[in-house]
Write a protein that binds this ligand. Structure first.
Ligand code: AMP
Length: 390
């Protein structure tokens, strides 16, 4: 794949599709991680004489103008990070926006309004893609978090703009995730958690052909435990995935992958923390549900992480939003931070747990793309990257 630093962007209107989909509280940005992750590409373009046009989606306005999802606060934040004036175009297409961009000189930065105010964006509409492309001499996709979507700004317009490349954030993501899928230092250990096996089947299947050990936590562990014949009480079990869980367990055994499941649990009678947390062994008592991995499992998983040379983590070990059910997830976050291995973390919940522990800086790579990272790890082709490989 070609990257921005192989292009001559001097004097070129350089359209950077970034992922500036930050969390907002009213018009206040509560976490600027994604803006900061986009800065290296924007700065590189500015340092090399580009006219920079930045576009992104924000939230899910569903194709209508929603003032609460305007990119204006993001333009202001970007202006502070870049320490320079940033212009704001009140629409991402149209005559006024084209005029604004045509009037720009080297070093100018324009942020376009939310791409998803137009329903044509998510439909990858050809006319809309042409209107976006009319703003650009060079197209750079740096929105890793949206690279699994074939939208007009992530895929369609890349067929039209004469020069295209990926940005530096995408390079970082692709390099880190490829280390896992292509040439990991071994042992390679993956820790998967979260609510459902059904969401992560493809990732589990693909990882089973690559990892030395797979550690399972979160609610999806109970589907596997039930498949093995253990008591799971009222835990979240996907009854229609029991056969699949058995198949995955067999496949792990055949390929010599150590598939670890919890051997003790934190259980409760309520998911929301309104009832006390109790300890249980491998069998979950009737009337209770598993809400976190237990201390012995945390220790065992920690020891596996400590032995690894490459570790991937996606998904919480329990209902970590409730303090009393968060110890297992926090123990994994700690073990990841302590590990001298190449550590890669993806998924909003795992990232939130790490930032709660204050140890994010001790992780080798924190992926900005939840769904995109999982699809990459499944071995799927991401349309936003494939189009740049033409
Ligand atoms: P996912 O989006 O699939 O990564 O799932 C994340 C969600 O799974 C979080 O909101 C957790 O609260 C939830 N979760 C994790 N463990 C459990 C559990 N044992 N029972 C119910 N929900 C869980």
């Amino acid at each position: 794949m070609r990257y921005i630093d192989e292009l001559d962007v001097g004097g070129a209107r350089t359209f950077i599709r970034a992922d500036l989909n930050v969390p907002l509280d009213g018009s206040t940005i509560t976490d600027t991680t994604r803006i900061e992750a986009s800065l290296p590409t924007i700065r590189w373009a500015l340092d090399h004489g580009a006219i920079v046009i930045v576009a992104s989606h924000l939230g899910r306005p569903k194709g209508t103008v929603d003032p609460a999802l305007s990119l204006r606060p993001i333009a202001d934040s970007l202006s502070e990070f870049l320490q320079r004036q940033v212009m704001f175009a009140p629409d991402c297409i149209g005559d006024a926006t084209e005029r604004l961009v045509r009037g720009c000189a080297t070093g100018d930065v324009v942020v376009l309004e939310n791409l998803r105010f137009h329903p044509e964006e998510a439909k990858n509409d050809a006319g809309f893609a042409r209107q976006l492309a009319a703003l650009a001499d060079v197209y750079v996709n740096d929105a890793f978090g949206a690279a699994h979507r074939a939208h007009a700004s992530t895929e369609g317009m890349a067929h039209i703009v004469p020069q295209t490349a990926a940005g530096l954030l995408i390079r970082k993501e692709v390099e880190a995730l490829s280390k896992i899928t292509e040439s990991p230092e071994r042992p390679l250990v993956a820790i998967l958690g979260g609510a459902k096996v059904s969401d992560k089947i493809n990732v589990i299947e693909n990882l089973l052909t690559k990892v030395d050990a797979l550690l399972i936590g979160g609610a999806m562990a109970y589907t596997f435990l039930r498949a093995q014949g253990h008591a799971t009480g009222k835990s979240l079990v996907e009854e229609d995935r029991l056969d699949l869980a058995r198949t995955l367990l067999e496949r792990a055994q055949q390929s010599g992958v150590a598939l670890h499941l919890p051997s003790d649990h934190v259980v409760s009678t309520a998911l929301d923390g309104s009832a006390p947390a109790e300890q249980a062994g491998i069998e979950i008592p009737d009337g209770t549900m598993g809400v976190d991995i237990g201390p012995a499992t945390s220790e065992r998983y920690g020891a596996e992480i400590a032995k690894a040379r490459t570790v991937l983590w996606n998904g919480p070990m329990g209902i970590f939003e409730v303090e009393a059910f968060s110890a297992g997830t926090m123990a994994v976050a700690d073990a990841m931070a302590k590990s001298p291995a190449m550590t890669v973390v993806g998924g909003g919940d795992s990232i939130a747990a790490l930032s709660r522990s204050g140890k994010s800086s001790q992780i080798s790579h924190i992926s900005t793309g939840g769904g995109a990272a999982l699809e990459f790890l499944e071995g799927r082709t991401l349309p936003g990257l494939a189009v740049l490989n033409r």
